[in-house]
Design a protein around this ligand. Structure first.
Ligand code: SF4
Length: 554
């Protein structure tokens, strides 16, 4: 296997080896792998595993897969083994990884910019039906995740997806993940700037490129020119947020170093304005810093946020300008407060061309292949060829003629999707949870869906923007720290002293200019059975004590 090559920029800096050597930073000359993950990446580029999947593993079956590929490099092609069914959350931390591995895979399909054509959605629906037992979840990064995928079927799935311009390339792994983008880019009537060309350029130039296929860890990108700020830019490694520069006009404000997980950190502004045609170059500079200076010694410190925390935004910008762009960036203004607390585009909205887009709400992102195919057919029947996924696990049909809106809304309702959902259906998200995730301790999707139904029944009058996010473990795939009510799965004792599934409660998280992480309420844990009662109590207390005009903020 070929060793990962040393990038030119890092090579230039080899002589700087010194006090940061212990963090495994390439830029200071430390190329010796300091942990197993770094060794796997050095032994062979994650992108190379595709050939082995096509020529060996899919032919000879699951048992032929090299363990380093199985638990490492296959992620570069969007593949993780899923959790073996029937293993409860109490075993998550005590079993060896291979004991949790099922012989089936989760496959993540990247949807850059969240934008899908009818043909693409139809293809995902067909793949789901044919190869994934009908499973399909819309994720909170605009991807679609399939489950129950067999290694034997992976080449056929790729062929089907790639025939319509979709891929699983670098959908997981230590590389640039899906580029999230405003789902209404280019069509929203109130848009500051359309970021679509930048999303496309980053994708076409850098995704699947060896230049960035060995990063210290995953790297998350967001681009949006919407005044709603609809890509959760505050918690991405790099984000470009639409702003108007007083002299230069519309462009993007650059943010770096956001991320959640067990050490959450909000991104910081570098105070610079980036024009649309420079976004890809600046993006590559930021990723280059991460590749070369990012910490590789400990996986828990290998995200860009730790480097930004140590350097601060001034030094980060200076290194970006001096070593990567070799020019100064233009100073720029901060974005304004988002124009809406809902950032999901649910409902019927007029586009800039006089047509409409219609956002609707699957419950906690869960759909299925047959339903995705029906959504594609519904869109096509009403003359639409474009759809989108959102970072709230929701979907949008674009380009609906005015005279078609009512019929389309009826069609969606017939499929079980509401265009005017309750705040609970609209604002609740759940991660994958114990059904498929090997790190999970508790169930999430089913419980989130049940919570929505229970709250709708108990509190039909509640009408406030609200976010309730459920995670199945201490990681943050469903962004619990930024929710009004964040629920972190864990095991606990119930009143009878029995170990049961429950949640640690975090209250008062927010994004936007008042962004902050929810308070972990000391000692406040609720069992899964108590969850509807607890959430109802919190919401009723708010209703009773609210001041006029006060919004819900737990
Ligand atoms: Fe799995 Fe935990 Fe992420 Fe949920 S939050 S998908 S349980 S790793």
């Amino acid at each position: 296997m070929a060793a990962t090559s040393e990038p030119a920029n890092a090579a230039k800096s080899r002589r700087k080896a010194g006090r940061h050597r212990g963090e495994g930073q390439w830029a200071v000359g430390h190329f010796t792998p300091l942990n197993g993950n770094e060794q796997v990446k050095k032994d062979d580029d994650g992108l190379h595993v595709r050939t082995r999947i096509e020529t060996i593993y899919s032919q000879r079956g699951f048992d032929s897969i090299d363990p380093a590929d199985l638990r490492g490099r296959m992620r570069w092609w969007g593949l993780y083994t899923q959790r073996k069914p029937g293993i409860d959350g109490g075993k998550t931390a005590v079993l060896e990884p291979e004991e949790l591995d099922d012989r089936y895979f989760m496959m993540r399909v990247r949807i850059d910019g969240g934008r899908l054509s009818v043909a693409q959605l139809r293809a995902i629906g067909e793949v789901s039906e044919q190869y994934a037992r009908g499973t399909a979840d819309i994720t909170d990064r605009q991807n679609v995740q399939l489950h129950w995928v067999r290694i034997e079927d992976v080449p056929a799935i790729w062929e089907k997806l790639e025939a319509v311009g979709l891929s699983t390339t670098e959908a997981c792994g230590d590389c640039p993940r899906v580029i999230i983008g405003s789902p209404v880019a280019g069509i929203a009537a109130d848009e500051i700037i359309d970021g679509t060309p930048a999303v496309r350029e980053i994708h076409d130039r850098y995704i699947g490129s060896k230049e960035f296929s060995n990063l210290p860890r995953k790297f998350k990108t967001a681009v949006s020119g919407s005044p709603v700020q609809d890509v959760v830019h505050e918690i991405n490694d790099v984000a470009f947020v639409g702003v108007v520069h007083p002299e230069h006009g519309p462009g993007f404000d650059l943010w770096v170093g956001g991320g959640l997980s067990t050490n959450p950190r909000l991104a910081e502004r570098l105070g610079t304005w980036v024009p649309l045609d420079e976004v890809a170059e600046v993006w590559a500079g930021v990723v280059g810093i991460f590749r070369d200076y990012g910490y590789r010694r400990l996986r828990t410190r290998a995200r860009l946020k730790f480097l930004v925390a140590d350097w601060g935004p001034e030094k980060f910008r200076q290194v970006l300008e001096d070593e990567y762009l070799e020019r100064k960036l233009v100073d720029g203004p901060a974005p304004e407060e988002p124009v809406s607390r809902w950032r999901d585009h649910i409902g019927v909205h007029r586009q800039n061309d006089g047509r409409y887009y219609v956002g609707f709400a699957p419950r906690v992102g869960r759909v299925d292949g047959a339903t995705l195919t029906k959504i594609a057919e519904l869109a096509a029947t009403h003359g639409c060829d474009r759809l989108a996924t959102t970072v709230e696990q929701k979907m949008i049909i674009l380009d609906v003629a005015q005279e078609r809106v009512d019929a389309l809304v009826d069609g969606l309702e017939n499929l079980g999707f509401q265009v005017n959902p309750s705040p609970f259906r609209r604002g609740t998200m759940a991660c994958t949870g114990i059904e498929f995730c090997k790190l999970a301790i508790v169930e999430t999707k089913g419980r989130g869906a049940a919570l929505i139904e229970e709250l709708e029944r108990r509190m039909p009058e509640f009408d406030e923007p609200l976010t309730i996010n459920l995670n199945g473990c201490p990681n943050a795939c469903a962004r619990i720290q930024t929710a009004d009510i964040g629920l972190k799965g864990q095991l606990m004792l119930n009143a009878e002293g029995e170990q049961v599934e429950g949640y640690q409660v975090h209250l008062g998280g927010a994004l936007g200019l008042q962004a902050g992480f929810g308070r972990k309420v000391r000692g406040l844990k609720v069992t899964a059975d108590e969850l509807p009662d607890y959430v109802e109590r919190v919401l009723r207390r708010f209703q009773e004590q609210r001041e006029p005009g006060e919004r819900f903020a737990a």
